[in-house]
Design a protein around this ligand. Structure first.
Ligand code: 0PR
Length: 355
């Protein structure tokens, strides 16, 4: 019997979504290509250049360098690796990385793999990193300061301009994790781009809000020399070096990212942001009407303090939902999350909670 994947009709907490039809089609066409070997697969390698140019447009960077990674985890690991290599060149033997406590757990993996010390900085009541706490944690050993632009749990954007100043004063780099937020932030007032803040490296993932097929993450660097920190020699390929973490990579991810961005940037993404944000605002109001404490959705991500028995009853109804570290229900208003889905979710919530 052939297995079928789950449908998206009850998926409310994922940061993945149904790929756009043009992205699905492009993924299929390029399934057997490997952008890690541009000598053999030049077409997909050219598509990757186009992907980086377009990601640069979205992130406000002219003439960007970078590559299409397997996802946000790889891009974050590589950003930490770049900073560690830089720090080592500067003679720092035990480099540290200062990350907001709202940072994704991929930074823990990066620290483990790369043998750097991760120093967490607390967030304030708005769920953004506390600048004074960052200042206290930065010193001569700091290789990297991380800011989150669209946090996994609350969709918050850290004060990136200030973080950049703190980082650069200490001789460290600023990395911005816009893995999820990168494709919605251009339509908001938040300052997060390379043009608006002193960003050195950025994670921005087409396979989340960008509506590309998995795997399509994005690593961007302001200065090409930063990418060179990752390069290793590749003796038996036509190209002489490789900066990526994985060797063979998915041409499907690259081609689908380009197809989605060609189709949707900027008008389609703008319309999607409007729909997603309106859905998030609607859901936040309904949850507050039912008497729950709701974290204001400044981006299309809603968190609310729904008690465990209610949460579990909703899971039993088939809703694919998850919770923040402190136990709040979180709903990510991805493109597949429609108003009618949310209406039926709120009906079930009212029924199981008796509110
Ligand atoms: N950075 C941020 C801000 C993220 O939110 C994520 C993923 C990553 C990096 C890592 O990206 P990749 O997974 O592409 O490597 N965030 C969530 C995750 O941990 C998405 C999520 C959360 C999905 C809760 C499901 C869920 O129930 O996968």
């Amino acid at each position: 019997m052939q297995a079928e994947p789950e449908g998206f009709d009850r998926v409310l907490s994922s940061m993945c979504t149904e790929p756009h039809p043009v992205a699905r089609e492009a993924a299929e066409r390029f399934l057997a290509t490997n952008p890690g070997d541009p000598g053999t697969y030049p077409t997909v390698a050219e598509l990757e250049d186009r992907a980086i140019t377009m990601l640069g447009d979205i992130a406000g960077l002219d003439d960007p360098s970078g590559y299409v990674a397997s996802g946000g985890t790889e891009a974050n690991i590589q950003a930490v690796r770049i900073a560690r290599e830089r720090a080592r060149t500067d003679g720092i033997e035990s480099p540290t990385v200062v990350v907001p406590e709202s940072g994704h757990f991929s930074f823990r993996k990066a620290a483990d793999l790369l043998d750097v010390e991760l120093i967490l900085a607390p967030t304030d009541e708005t769920h953004r990193v506390e600048l004074d706490a960052v200042r206290e944690r930065v010193d001569d050993a700091t290789a990297l300061v991380v800011g989150v632009a669209g946090s996994t749990e609350y969709g918050r954007v850290d004060p990136l301009g200030e973080l950049g100043e703190i980082a650069h004063e200490a001789g460290a780099l600023l990395h911005v994790d816009a893995a999820w937020g990168g494709f919605v932030l251009p339509f908001t007032d938040h300052e997060w781009t390379f043009a608006q803040a002193p960003v050195d490296t950025m994670t921005i993932d087409p396979h989340k809000m960008g509506q590309a097929a998995i795997p399509a993450g994005g690593l961007l660097v302001r200065d090409e020399a930063l990418l060179d920190e990752l390069a290793v020699d590749t003796p038996y390929l036509e190209t002489t070096s490789q900066a990526t973490l994985t060797g063979t990579r998915s041409g499907a991810g690259v081609a689908s990212a380009v197809a989605a961005m060609d189709e949707l940037w900027p008008g389609g993404y703008a319309a999607q942001y409007d729909r997603s944000q309106a859905n998030a605002d609607w859901l936040a109001t309904r949850l507050a009407d039912l008497g729950y404490d709701v974290v204001d959705p400044t981006l299309p991500l809603v968190a609310a303090d729904v008690p465990t028995p209610t949460f579990e009853a909703l899971r039993d109804e088939g809703w694919r939902i998850s919770r923040t570290g402190t136990g709040e229900l979180r709903v990510v208003c991805m493109p597949h999350v429609s108003r009618s889905m949310l209406e039926s979710f709120v009906e079930d919530l009212a029924a199981v909670s008796g509110r």
